[in-house]
Design a binder for this molecule. Structure first.
Ligand code: SF4
Length: 367
């Protein structure tokens, strides 16, 4: 089922063609993949690899790197050799960089074929991509639509974005190439939603979702969750990126939380925590934040709860596998499956919780 919290379901997931970025399947019945992008200078292979590893550790399925020049392209073979996850090269206008990225073994390229000049260049890139079965992501941004399309529609519109995507798609289809994925991003939520809806009515290519330039950690999270939540709820979207002006590891954490909260991703720790109120006698907010960070890289599924009082805590977190509830007089409770199993000192609760969660997750981790 698609979205299955408490028996409720989200919209039926739309059927798209399946492609592969390295060993990650995208579209069709594949789980929705999480992507992020490095912020390092790609030419600095060591720094870029360190960041790729951090993103993979946080749960990124695919990582994109900017390839703005030959120095960046020259670093790709070394990066590809050591990466733990498939990589996508982000190319803008220079088809030679696309060829270099493909030759280096990059698992995907992001390139708008209408932007690279002549048909011959498109043909050359498609030939190199086809030899390796590497997909091309066509990325349409509302802010950089072709001039004639903007003129035709009067200003950037959702329909104009789809028209631009279609134009780029035709370049590849004319070469008989259909290993394509598409993104239609705007910084406006409504336009992003509308463009993706329109596109998915007309095409079965997998969609990469994102609200572009969404903003800082909090603002960008809210904006992205609003836009992507609507689309995912309608069954649209095969891979996502949360674009934040922040450490890209945060993008991955937010993306995973978004998918988990919609019942679209399983695995790892999910934290339930109460907002606290006058019944709570400890400073619980930092505890919840620490627990979330400490459990962020677990692989096996575990539901964890951090609650502020003994009265309502266990009951409110009944779905948790393991939880803690703070009480009065410096003591609190450890509970499993909503039932109290142990009373202990308040300052020992966090460690006990983390240890139990790691153990449960370890037993359930995919082998
Ligand atoms: Fe308040 Fe207790 Fe509910 Fe937390 S669990 S909000 S402390 S009543």
């Amino acid at each position: 089922a698609y979205g299955q919290g408490e028996g409720a379901t989200l919209g039926e997931r739309r059927k798209t063609r399946q492609i592969r970025v390295g060993n990650v399947r995208i579209g069709g019945d594949a789980p929705i993949a999480v992507q992020s992008m490095t912020t390092t200078q790609t030419a600095d292979a060591a720094a870029t690899l360190t960041q790729i590893r951090a993103l993979a550790e946080a749960g990124a399925d695919v990582v994109r790197l900017a390839v703005p020049d030959q120095d960046a392209a020259a670093a790709l073979p070394e990066i590809v050799k050591a990466t733990p996850v498939p990589l996508v090269a982000d190319i803008h206008f220079d088809y030679r960089l696309a060829l270099a990225a493909l030759k280096a073994g990059m698992h995907g390229i992001r390139l708008n074929p209408g932007n690279i000049g002549s048909r011959d260049r498109v043909r050359e890139v498609v030939k190199a991509a086809r030899e390796r079965m590497v997909p091309v992501r066509i990325g349409v941004n509302a802010g950089s639509l072709e001039k004639d399309i903007v003129e035709k529609h009067g200003w950037p519109t959702a329909a104009g974005m789809v028209e631009s995507a279609e134009r780029h798609i035709r370049f590849l289809e004319d070469e008989g190439y259909r290993e394509i994925k598409v993104s239609l991003k705007a910084h406006d939520v409504a336009m992003t939603v509308q463009a993706n809806r329109l596109f998915s009515r007309q095409f079965d290519y997998p969609l990469h979702l994102g609200v572009t330039e969404a903003g800082t950690l909090l603002a960008g999270t809210v904006k992205s969750a609003a836009g992507l939540g609507i689309l995912l709820g309608e069954g649209i979207g095969d891979t996502i990126r949360i674009s934040l002006t922040a450490d890209p590891v945060e993008e991955v954490r937010v993306a995973r939380m978004l998918l988990t909260s919609l019942g679209l991703k399983f695995g790892g720790a999910t934290l339930t925590s109460c907002p606290t109120c006058g019944r709570c006698s400890v400073d619980m907010i930092p505890v919840a934040e620490r627990v979330e960070r400490r459990l962020a890289t677990l692989k096996g599924e575990v539901q964890v709860a951090v609650m502020g009082c003994e009265v309502n805590g266990p009951g409110e977190a009944a779905a948790a596998d393991v939880g803690i509830a703070y009480g009065h007089n410096g003591v609190g409770l450890l509970f499993r499956d909503g039932k109290i199993v142990k009373r202990m000192k308040a300052e020992e609760l966090e460690e006990a919780l983390v240890a139990e969660a790691i153990q449960i997750s370890g037993q359930r981790a995919p082998k």
